[in-house]
Design a protein around this ligand. Structure first.
Ligand SMILES: Nc1ncnc2c1ncn2[C@@H]1O[C@H](COP(=O)(O)OP(=O)(O)OP(=O)(O)O)[C@@H](O)[C@H]1O
Length: 892
């Protein structure tokens, strides 16, 4: 048998020929590698990259969705793949699988998939690849725009982008308002990928010199249906005007729009519709368990409290319909000390605070977040166990987004919806139509803890809290009043006095629009076909009216994204007499309360009723409990729920029975007129303030002297206190007199001006002023319409004991002029932008008229500078206007 080389004996010498051949092969391979490397090195880096890119692009056409399981199965750049791997993203989700390929091929995509299914990466990966393909550099400017409806969502998307795109060389920026505009403006021109909210973006488009989007390659709308809805309509139209038509557009949402009208605005080119779960049995994640309970409005707070007490180790989000509800209930619940830390997130908070709360809730393992719908979409808080919808969502889509904050990406979660009896039928029907599987469950009455007494005692001690309760009350009622779907939301069915009591208020605050509505039905009795009067028609607005209001409010919400503080907040402050300092105080207090909460076991500030003491003991007891006991409580709740032994209806629960307002607690309201009469009877003399002019003339500053009529006509009518008719007449006379005086003053000013000045400036100034006046007129019209929608503010004004014969909106400061010294820069900006926006809205309507003056896109800014050339007349704005009106009249 012959021996092989390997089986040679250890002492045998290797075959030199074979060894040489082996060495030669190795050597030549090494040489060729070196040669190739040298060749490569000679090429500039960009050229090597270009070759790689062209290789990748050739593979785009070959993408086969069915063969894709991992990100590395897509022809992606090494930099993107590395970023994905480092962030632990390897396998693709269904929406990523189906849309990334299409987007890489340059198609417009409308992607829809359930909440928590990974839509963010489905658009971020193509974003990175689009700029990589074009070898984009910072000098190329803005390449991709990602628009999100809320600041928090934009921030979250930006963070994912940073994580996944960290190996690329592009610059990315986050523009969401609430920060220094100047600082943003300095950097915005160097940003390649901009993540932003619509309002703030438009503000930069309008106000930041040199900012343009002419090179834009891709536009992404996250939560597209929300961004395209009426609330953002004007802003989005104005933004789209400034974008190049030739671009790729990606739209993503869990509830996608197919409205042709909406999509036409974006000028999509043969878009690909990818509805991943269109054929799925349910439109919500399979891992999400969804239930609803029905309870009376006045019981909801106790239900929430009881829920929190039995879920102390869980992470939950509770959704409310208004900021003021969140503000009040957050404070109250902090004082109630349920034993789990509570956070609040809403649009009236300062941006810093919002960010703090967001991050804190991300970090916490067990906590409760009280939030408005700003947290409803897109936010990816880790490991949320429960979503509780304290107030009924406006529609099924909002429900889906809210509930989708739990059970994200393969995790479990539970959602509980609290419905009023009047909301049950309509809402459940809507949910089932949208393929949302909700089941009714009952509450275990033994687990319910009535907190109304405690709330009453809090309010009795704290005037500020009481005012918050009143605002919360009005705000909730207004939110129901403004809801579009009148089948579900019927304000006339709300148990108003009982609701007030449940908030801890002895008397329900007056709500102006409700009073109006209550008067209305008597005139609007519904007559049946056989001419029988059936009853008063449910007071409601027409759909158009509601839509208008809603658009107004959501638009305001969108404008919030622009600046540090909301313009809406400013208006609220006007109406509610809350100053900016107070707002800040609120935030500080929020912090204090939280700190206080940590120390609560030592500091017992809560009083003193038997009931509250009892509850206090319970809380103390709870805090002393060990983990086991907490779990026990948790389990108790689950046991009840899972075994469906909520045998009794809430109504049967004695502790939560309807409370009739006690007679002693209902005080007779003292009107201002009555008070004034009382004062007059006492014959008080008001102090006088008298000053002297330079000429030594005596002037009575206070009380103001009547200037319009001679003293002898001012006969006092002692008989019946104040004669309102006479007072009214007198005021009208005064008014006339003042106007006349003012006119005279203006004329005198005109005469004193240099006549040559007019001749030089007249044509241009007259033209500009005419235009400005027209715009102001339109704005006033718009303001009037908006004023209608501010019933809450009006209602709040009603709480002062003003005589309510009729509130005159003209007594409110002009929102265009209003500027409190405490307002931040960003607030100023917001106000400006809201004006700009309104102007844009008008421009849209009168486009033919204004287009010549204000061309769009590139020369838009130039035109703006021209038109805004300052014209110093030395007069005030009002005088300026009067002057120009006068000139125009003379001209015509
Ligand atoms: N391929 C993936 N592999 C692992 N985890 C992923 C993947 N894609 C997404 N995720 C994770 O899934 C979670 C949800 O993703 P994302 O926020 O993108 O969902 P979404 O569809 O945008 O939800 P929503 O509709 O609520 O906005 C995130 O925590 C994300 O990190």
């Amino acid at each position: 048998m012959g021996k092989t080389a390997d089986s040679r004996s250890p002492g045998a010498r290797p075959d030199p020929v074979r060894s040489f051949n082996r060495w030669k092969k190795k050597h030549s391979h090494k040489q060729s590698q070196k040669k190739q490397l040298r060749k490569q090195l000679k090429k500039p880096e960009w050229q090597v990259e270009r070759e790689v890119i062209s290789h990748l692009m050739q593979n785009y056409e070959k993408i086969n969705v069915n063969e894709i399981a991992r990100f590395s199965d897509f022809p992606l750049s090494k930099k993107t793949l590395k970023g994905l791997q480092e962030a632990q993203y390897r396998l693709v989700t269904e929406i990523q699988k189906q849309t990334i390929g299409l987007a890489l091929q340059g198609k417009d995509v409308l992607g829809a998939a359930k909440t928590g299914s990974g839509k963010t990466l489905a658009f971020l990966v193509p974003v990175l690849e689009a700029l990589y393909r074009l070898q984009w550099t910072s000098t190329d400017g803005l390449g991709v725009l990602i628009i999100s409806p809320t600041r928090e969502l934009a921030y979250q998307t930006f963070e994912v982008l940073r994580k996944v795109g960290k190996n690329h060389d592009f610059s990315a920026g986050l523009i969401i308002g609430g920060k220094d505009l100047k600082h943003e403006a300095e950097r915005i021109n160097n940003i390649n990928i901009l993540v932003c909210t619509p309002g703030r973006l438009l503000q930069h488009m309008d106000e930041t010199i040199c900012f343009h989007a002419t090179n834009l390659q891709m536009l992404v709308l996250d939560e597209a249906d929300r961004i395209l809805d009426m609330g953002f309509a004007d802003t989005m139209n104005a933004i789209i005007e400034n974008l190049p038509k030739k671009r790729q557009t990606l739209l993503f949402s869990a509830t996608q729009t197919k409205s042709v009208k909406d999509l036409a605005r974006l000028s999509l080119k043969n878009p690909e519709y990818v509805w991943v779960h269109e054929k799925a049995k349910y439109s919500t994640p399979a891992t999400l368990e969804q239930n609803y309970i029905v309870c009376e409005l006045q019981q909801k707070i106790s239900v929430l409290y009881s829920f929190l007490r039995s879920h102390l180790k869980k992470k939950s989000i509770v959704f409310f319909s208004s900021c003021k509800e969140v503000q009040y209930l957050y404070r109250v619940f902090c004082r109630l000390r349920p034993g789990v830390s509570i956070l609040a997130l809403h649009g009236r908070q300062q941006q810093m605070r919002r960010m703090e709360v967001y991050n804190e809730f991300v970090r916490k393992r067990a906590a409760v977040l009280f939030a408005t719908d700003i947290a409803a979409r897109g936010l990816d808080f880790p490991a949320v166990n429960w979503v509780l919808q304290f107030d009924c969502p406006e529609d099924a889509n909002t429900y889906i987004h809210r509930a989708g904050r739990t059970a994200r990406y393969k995790e479990d979660g539970e959602a509980l919806l609290i419905l009023l009896p009047s909301e049950e039928k309509g809402m459940v029907q809507q949910l089932l139509q949208k393929k949302v599987p909700v089941k009714e469950i009952k509450i275990n009455p033994e687990k319910l803890i009535d907190v109304q007494k405690k709330l009453e005692s809090f309010l009795a001690q704290d005037q500020d809290l009481k005012e918050r309760a009143q605002r919360c009350f009005v705000s909730y009622i207004r939110s129901v009043y403004l809801m579009k779907d009148k089948e579900i939301f019927d304000v006339s069915k709300l148990p108003i006095p009982e609701y007030a009591l449940s908030l801890g208020l002895a008397v329900a605050p007056r709500v102006r629009f409700l009073q109006k509505m209550q008067k209305q039905p008597t005139r609007e009795l519904v007559v049946s076909q056989d001419n029988k009067v059936i009853g008063p028609r449910a007071p409601s607005l027409t759909n158009d009216e509601v839509e208008e209001f809603r658009a107004y409010f959501s638009e305001k919400m969108s404008i919030l994204q622009k600046g540090g503080k909301r313009s809406e907040g400013t208006e609220y402050r006007l109406a509610n007499s809350i100053s900016a300092e107070e707002e800040e105080k609120e935030d500080e207090e929020e912090m204090e309360e939280k700190l206080g909460k940590a120390k609560w076991s030592q500091t017992q500030s809560v009083p003193s009723t038997d009931e509250s003491q009892k509850n206090e003991k319970v809380s103390m007891h709870f805090l002393d409990r060990d983990d086991e006991e907490e779990d026990g409580l948790d389990a108790d709740f689950f046991k009840v729920k899972r075994h469906n032994v909520f045998g009794l209806d809430l109504k049967e629960n004695k502790t939560l029975q309807k409370k009739e307002p006690s007679k002693s607690s209902v005080k007779k309201k003292v009107t201002k007129v009555a008070e004034a009469k009382k004062v007059m009877k006492r014959n008080f003399k008001v102090n006088k303030k008298i000053t002297f002019t330079d000429e030594g003339e005596l002037v009575q500053q206070w009380p103001q002297m009547q200037k319009s009529v001679s003293k002898d006509t001012e006969e006092e009518d002692d008989t019946g206190g104040i004669n309102l008719d006479k007072a009214k007449e007198r005021l009208q006379e005064e008014d006339k007199f003042d106007k006349e005086e003012y006119r005279k003053k203006i004329k005198a000013k005109h005469r004193s001006l240099h006549p040559g000045w007019f001749l030089r400036r007249l044509p241009k100034s007259a033209f500009l002023e005419e235009k400005r006046l027209k715009e102001r007129e339109a704005r006033r019209e718009a303001n009037k319409r908006q004023a209608k929608a501010k019933d809450e503010e009006e209602a709040f004004l009603d709480w002062s004991d003003d005589d309510d014969d009729g509130f005159d909106p003209s007594t409110l400061p002009d929102p265009d002029k209003y500027r409190s010294s405490e307002e931040s820069d960003s607030e100023d900006m917001e106000n400006k932008i809201s004006d700009t926006k309104k102007m844009q809205g008008m421009r849209k309507r009168n486009s033919g008229e204004v287009e010549d003056m204000r061309p769009t896109s590139s020369n838009r800014k130039k035109a703006k500078w021209e038109t805004l050339e300052p014209l110093d007349t030395g007069l005030s704005l009002a005088e300026d206007e009067e002057l120009v009106l006068h000139l125009l009249k003379n001209q015509s």
